[in-house]
Design a protein around this ligand. Structure first.
Ligand code: F6P
Ligand code: MN
Length: 289
């Protein structure tokens, strides 16, 4: 029988993280049920000045409640909240969430996802995460996680009980880079980076850009290559650090253009340039100046 998510995480990291990651995975069921009913904007905006969708608001609240209910979470930092949610004092984990990544794609019915980084005690450097995962609400729901022992993908079974079963174990970025996606406007990129991006097709890579970070990273994880957002738009703690943790565990790298994202120390709400993917490409980008 195919291995289930809880057992896989428990075998690698014990009961606590297994219960936590399993609860986050299972929350997808309700999130997908609500999706068609919560189109349109709410009345609020987040700390980045972005208008919040009804679905952003609902997903954030539902995920925060789910995390607190596990009894395992001391504090939750969310991209959508001005202040952290206090969970259970002395509980083992502190969690950073991007509840609905790529929510501008909700309007056009393209894929969006959820990103989670888990720490013990308090948020620290990305290298101090004890787990990271992302979920993709695509044609099927997937959960891709790491507890520092490789990267593994689970897929939600289509029928019957709530079950996420192993679809890919010990994922590695393919050595031959197949795809690239670079966000923002070319005029915002340093000239040498523009030249570098222009050279990628000559090296056999194809453009793939969806506008949802996790969906674009997921393509890089499967096909090899590069995701970049050179302007400091993406969020360090909620987006960059968890994906950097996964990239490294899959044999790749993540950088802000100068330094390994996993070693960057900055405010929990900081934004960062992000370059993610095959190690050789990221090293070339770091040398461009
Ligand atoms: O969360 C921010 C985000 O939606 C990412 O998921 C995505 O990579 C990026 O913004 C897309 O930005 P743009 O709309 O500028 O391409
Ligand atoms: Mn996001």
């Amino acid at each position: 029988m195919a291995e289930e998510l809880f057992d896989h995480v428990e075998g690698a990291a014990g009961d606590g993280l297994a219960r936590l990651l399993n609860a986050i995975a299972n929350a997808s069921i309700q999130i997908r049920i609500e999706m068609p009913h919560l189109m349109g904007f709410s009345d609020g905006s987040n700390k980045y000045g972005e208008q919040i969708l009804k679905l952003d608001e609902w997903t954030n609240k539902f995920l925060c409640d789910t995390l607190v209910e596990t009894g395992l979470v001391r504090r939750i930092y969310s991209e959508e909240l001005n202040a952290p949610v206090e969970g259970i004092p002395d509980a083992p984990y502190v969690v950073c969430i991007d509840p609905l990544d790529g929510s501008s794609n909700v309007k056009t019915n393209n894929t969006c996802g959820t990103i989670v980084g888990v720490y013990e005690k308090e948020v620290g450097k990305g290298s101090e995460q004890v787990a990271a995962l992302y979920k993709l609400y695509g044609p099927v729901t997937t959960v891709t996680y790491s507890v520092g022992k490789g990267v593994h993908e689970f897929i939600k079974q289509r029928k019957g009980e709530v079950k996420f079963v192993l679809s890919k174990e010990n994922m590695r970025l393919p050595e031959k880079a197949g795809v690239y996606g670079v966000g923002g406007k070319r005029e915002e990129w340093p000239p040498k980076l523009r030249e570098f991006v222009d050279s990628l097709e000559g090296r056999g890579m194809k453009l793939r850009y969806s506008g949802t970070l996790v969906a674009d990273f997921n393509q890089v994880l499967h096909y090899g290559g590069l995701f970049a957002y050179p302007k400091a738009k993406l969020r360090l703690a909620y987006e960059a650090k968890p994906l950097a943790f996964l990239a490294k565990e899959a044999g790749g790298k993540a950088s802000n253009g100068f330094k390994d994202i996993l070693e960057v120390e900055d405010d929990v709400d900081a934004r960062t340039p992000l370059f993610l993917g095959n190690g050789k490409l990221i090293e070339e980008i770091e040398k461009l100046k």
